[in-house]
Design a protein. Structure first.
Length: 520
């Protein structure tokens, strides 16, 4: 693998730092629900307690973010937000070096290659989707960074590459899957990029590397065996482990979008795809893909097209409102096409320009290209800036201040459940509260986890062996038994509970009481 030159490494680092500054200025100051960030509380609480968050467990994220959180960079939530910023900014630096290497290999001058690569990397980093995910606690910035690491490694492998580099590609894929399961799309992508497989040793090295990378999933049963306060799915058993890492809880969303909604989803995707790069940028990207297909860049054309198609089909069929985040690999592929499209357009303009005006024409084209990231920043900064967002923190402080001592709190929304988990298990706030997620209550592993966390609670209800007894399966029975010992509150309405109990609303909280106690 040809080592990058020192000057190019400095430029790549500079691009990463520029974007890091942009992200740090606009990132949330603490816990946030903005930009589809409701999962943040669960991820932070799990990582800080060496626990297991919601499916698929995200072992790569838990390990790396927990190490990053050692740095004294403000509140714990702020540190995790900045971890996303670092990952997203680093992806831009890697994209720059990948594109510079690719453009230089086509015979373009070093200066033009650097400028084109820098413009595209800045355009990628200032796109709405990546920028929004760089400001919150989520797994997607790390996931796309590992996509970029894999592509960067693959870009520097040629027919004479040592076996060790194929091993590194495999490791990057395996570790990337540990960041998010959708990084599985890298498997067909790398198969195309590394074709033909003439040397069996290299193929075996790549497979071995993948297995080594996937070993990161060993974190999940090891963490679960210690009974941390956040531990989804009883993952220390094989059955629970597979339930978690296969994402079975969310499999009902996969390709479940009704056909009647597909035209609207397609329109939204095309609009978002165009907005990431501007209509002109998207046209140049498609031109670049065509140019790659007709030149000697067919492997990269088909490999990146495979990555784009896999992520797009999955995102289109995934029936949730935040499925747009799964399109980031498609946008990464588009950024690669954009660099080649800009290079092709620049070549065509220079060929049609008289020799005396070539220099002026080249600089004019590059000045126009720089408008792509600048327009993105000017247009999106006010929309994406959440540096003053305190909604989640204010809600958490208000709710925990108003709940009475030792209350049972029943939540029906991820943002509420996960925020309370952050408050209890990270900030140490209100450990006396028993928080129950009504949607998870049906799962045995969840009830048993609560029994381990609050053994005294079940004992107070007469359970002879609180660590062994499973709480009532029916949520109504739970509330009815609990009301005799402690207050019960709802954070959002649940029909089975509001029908069975009297409710007293108070600023977003609903106190439950048994109507029989009032003679009802």
């Amino acid at each position: 693998m040809q080592a990058p030159k020192r000057g190019d490494l400095a430029l790549a680092a500079g691009i990463a730092l520029i974007n890091m500054a942009l992200y740090a200025l606009t990132a949330a100051p603490g816990l946030t629900w903005a930009h589809s960030g409701a999962d943040g509380g669960d991820l932070i609480a799990a990582a800080m307690n060496w626990g297991v968050p919601h499916p698929s467990g995200y072992p790569t994220y838990c390990l790396l973010s927990r190490l990053w959180a050692v740095l004294p960079l403000g509140s714990i939530a702020r540190r995790f937000n900045l971890f996303s910023s670092v990952c997203a900014a680093s992806s831009a630096g890697l994209l720059y070096d990948l594109l510079h290497h690719s453009l230089c290999s086509q015979g373009r001058g070093a200066r033009a290659s650097r400028l084109l690569a820098a413009v595209v990397a800045l355009t990628w980093a200032s796109g709405r989707t990546l920028w929004s995910q760089a400001l919150i606690t989520e797994v997607y910035s790390l996931g796309i960074l590992l996509v970029m690491v894999t592509l960067w490694l693959a870009a520097r492998i040629d027919s004479m590459s040592p076996v060790q580099e194929w091993l590194l590609v495999g490791i990057a894929v395996g570790v990337g899957i540990g960041a998010h399961l959708t990084n599985l799309w890298l498997v067909p992508t790398c198969a195309i990029l590394l074709w033909p497989f003439r040397d069996r040793r290299k193929v075996l090295a790549a497979v071995l590397g993948g297995l080594v990378g996937l070993a990161v999933f060993a974190y999940i049963p090891l963490a679960a065996s210690a009974d941390p306060p956040v531990s989804w799915g009883d993952a220390h058993s094989w059955r629970g482990f597979w339930w978690l890492v296969s994402g079975r809880l969310y499999q009902g969303y996969v390709f479940s979008l009704p056909l009647s909604a597909l035209p609207l989803r397609l329109g939204a995707w095309l609009q978002d795809w165009s907005a990431q790069f501007s209509p002109i940028g998207l046209a140049l990207a498609l031109l670049g893909l065509w140019d790659m297909l007709r030149r000697h860049e067919r492997r990269w054309a088909w490999g990146t097209l495979s990555l784009a198609l896999c992520s797009t089909v999955y995102a289109l069929g995934y029936d949730t409102s935040d499925s747009y985040v799964y399109l980031m690999p498609c946008y990464a592929a588009t950024a690669i096409w954009l660099a080649h499209g800009m290079g092709y357009a620049l070549d065509e303009v220079l060929q049609a320009t008289p020799p005396t005006r070539k220099r002026a024409a080249g600089w004019t084209m590059l000045a126009l290209a720089i408008c792509l990231p600048l327009v993105n920043i000017v247009r999106l900064y006010p929309q994406l800036d959440i540096s003053r967002d305190t909604e989640a923190a204010v809600w958490l402080a208000d709710v925990t201040a108003r709940l009475p001592d030792h209350a049972l709190v029943i939540s029906g929304r991820d943002d509420h459940t996960f925020s309370l988990a952050y408050g209890q298990f990270v900030e140490g706030n209100r450990p006396d509260l028993i928080v129950v997620d009504g949607e998870l209550w049906a799962y045995d592993w969840y009830r048993q986890q609560l029994a381990r966390l609050h053994p005294g609670f079940w004992q107070s209800q007469g359970a002879p062996h609180p660590m062994d007894e499973t709480p009532p399966v029916d949520l109504v029975d739970l509330v009815r038994e609990t009301l005799a010992h402690r207050p019960v509150y709802l954070l959002s309405a649940r029909s089975e509970l509001t029908d069975a109990f009297a409710t007293t609303p108070s600023r977003g909280l609903m106190a439950l009481s048994d109507p029989r106690d009032d003679g009802g």
